[in-house]
Design a protein around this ligand. Structure first.
Ligand SMILES: N[C@@H](CCC(=O)N[C@@H](CS)C(=O)NCC(=O)O)C(=O)O
Length: 207
């Protein structure tokens, strides 16, 4: 999101940021100084030093971070919506992704990579991945390029990092979900998305 904002508003100095790597292997996300930013001890988290000076304002939970950024830095609605109906449609997709896609994809990844293979759990969560992907697929169909109003927005940003990882769970997006695949390919062509993703490896770990 920050890289998309930087592309959209190249002259806005306050969009600059420091990317701080948190080593999950060393449990750095549970250290007291990190818990001050996210009391849940998980990444990502944001400390916005442009407000509430000198301490800044903390934001945790990925969707909350994205919404904070568009509400405060997307003054021309280049990645969000002014129209109340479109704004609410975007919120619906953001909640759908945050409450459904994130947790289910996360559980699928957990059970797929566990040394002990538990067939019930793997089937349960990969089936749920497919069900959620089919919701995106049906919505996008042949008419829509992006989730809301046919333009790339915070709703897409919130979803694509999860969805693009479906192939790693053995789901062939191009074959099973062609509309979703087209949406992901279109999104990944964007300079802001490329810049943002260049900070991470394919599995989503910070480089
Ligand atoms: N609902 C949270 C999920 C955050 C989450 O699960 N983060 C993982 C990495 S993707 C994490 O920090 N795991 C380390 C831990 O649980 O200690 C969000 O969207 O921000």
């Amino acid at each position: 999101m920050l890289e998309e904002l930087r592309v959209a508003y190249p002259d806005k100095k306050e969009i600059g940021y420091d990317f701080v790597r948190v080593n999950l292997g060393k449990n750095e996300q549970k250290l007291p100084e990190f818990l001050k930013i996210n009391p849940n001890g998980r990444i990502p988290a944001l400390l916005d030093n442009n407000v509430n000076k000198p301490v800044g304002h903390r934001v945790f939970e990925s969707a909350s971070i994205l919404l904070w950024l568009v509400e405060n830095y997307d003054s021309e609605y280049k990645l969000s919506f002014k129209d109340p109906l479109l704004k609410n449609e975007a919120l619906s997709w953001i909640f759908f992704t945050h409450g459904g896609v994130g947790p289910m994809f996360g559980q699928a990844g957990h059970f797929l990579h566990l040394d002990e293979k538990i067939p019930y759990a793997i089937k349960r969560y990969t089936d749920e991945m497919r069900r959620l992907l089919s919701v995106f697929e049906d919505h996008l169909g042949t008419e829509r390029t992006y989730l809301v109003d046919n333009r790339f927005s915070v709703a897409d940003i919130n979803a694509i990092t999860w969805v693009k990882g479906a192939n790693r769970a053995g789901i062939d997006l191009a074959k099973e979900f062609p509309a979703v695949n087209g949406w992901i390919e279109r999104s990944l062509e964007r300079q802001g998305v490329k810049n943002g993703l260049s900070l991470f490896d394919d599995a989503g770990h910070a480089l």
